[in-house]
Ligand binder design. Structure first.
Ligand code: MG
Length: 299
């Protein structure tokens, strides 16, 4: 009897595993058809007695010089790199989200009813610091696909353990968190998919590029927003590339949300609008931010 019960349990588990695998494969087939594959056409022509190969990509000839057919890229004057002492200049077409001014503080709002405004602390060095009671803050403007630059600093005193050590985070589209934590030298280890640079609960960073607490660190993020169909199913997964202090740590699709769903699960995708705010998290640690800018990008 006991053996029979065990077999039935095994059968049920196997069936569940098979069913889940099948569902995942079917879901993947249904989702995310890549309709952005460039269309190539090739032919040859006789030119001055020689056979020349021709090729178009999406109707534009390779090495086309006619700018009415192949317009040149928009010119952007690049910014300058930051140092520990001074934030760099922003690129010419960037939208400044925080530059150390009171006006820039007002580009953000609080998320708690008692703190509808950005009540984080504006410091003399041009940074703003998380105020625990004030809660997380969000941009008043909304964004979709983008290039985002921000600089953050873990508290210099290095207090706290694991997830309580310099925890904050930046949320793309209010949903997808790139974790901020003091993970310098694995000084106070936590789970890998929750350390600095992690896509929280979804993917650990490929490298730990953390600087010491009390030093400025940079995130440069390239984010392509997810698309949802009319039923709310994901039709194109989000894609994210993250550089941490100039070191690549992610180049991946996001296979779901990054929200807390208990100690051992992350949230799934949930359909949302085309543009949503950028959020900076208050997790109780006085993390500082400076030099935050964004370049909205076409999908
Ligand atoms: Mg966090």
């Amino acid at each position: 009897m006991k053996l029979k019960a065990l077999s039935l349990t095994t059968l049920a588990v196997t069936a569940a595993v098979l069913f889940n695998s099948y569902s995942a494969v079917e879901a993947d087939k249904a989702c995310c058809k890549n309709d952005n594959i460039p269309v190539e056409k090739r032919w040859t022509e006789e030119v001055n007695g020689k056979t020349v190969k021709y090729m178009t990509i999406d109707g534009i000839m390779v090495h086309e010089k006619d700018t009415t057919k192949q317009p040149l890229p928009t010119i952007v004057t690049p910014g300058t790199a930051s140092t520990q002492d001074k934030a760099g200049d922003v690129p010419s077409d960037a939208v400044v989200l925080f530059d150390g001014t009171k006006e820039a503080m007002d580009k953000w709002r609080g998320t708690r009813p008692k703190h509808p405004n950005n009540d984080w602390k504006l410091l003399d060095d041009g940074s703003m610091e998380v105020v625990r009671q004030a809660g997380s803050i969000k941009t008043k403007d909304s964004f979709g696909s983008c290039q985002l630059h921000l600089e953050w600093m873990s508290p210099a005193d290095g207090k706290g353990e694991g997830q309580s050590r310099g925890n904050s985070g930046v949320f793309l589209m209010d949903n997808y968190e790139v974790q901020i934590l003091d993970s310098y030298n694995d000084i106070s280890p936590t789970y890998a998919d929750g350390q600095a640079g992690a896509l929280y609960g979804r993917k650990k960073p490929d490298f730990n590029a953390c600087r010491k607490p009390g030093e400025w660190q940079t995130y440069d993020i390239l984010f392509t927003r997810p698309l949802f169909d009319e039923k709310g199913n994901v039709a194109r997964r989000a894609k994210i590339v993250v550089m941490h202090n100039g070191i690549y740590i992610h180049d991946t699709e996001l296979y779901g949300g990054t929200g807390w769903d208990g100690p051992h699960a992350a949230t799934d995708y949930k359909a949302h609008g085309d543009k949503l705010p950028i959020q900076l998290q208050s997790h109780g640690s006085p993390v500082r931010f400076r030099n935050i800018w964004i370049r909205p990008l076409e999908d």
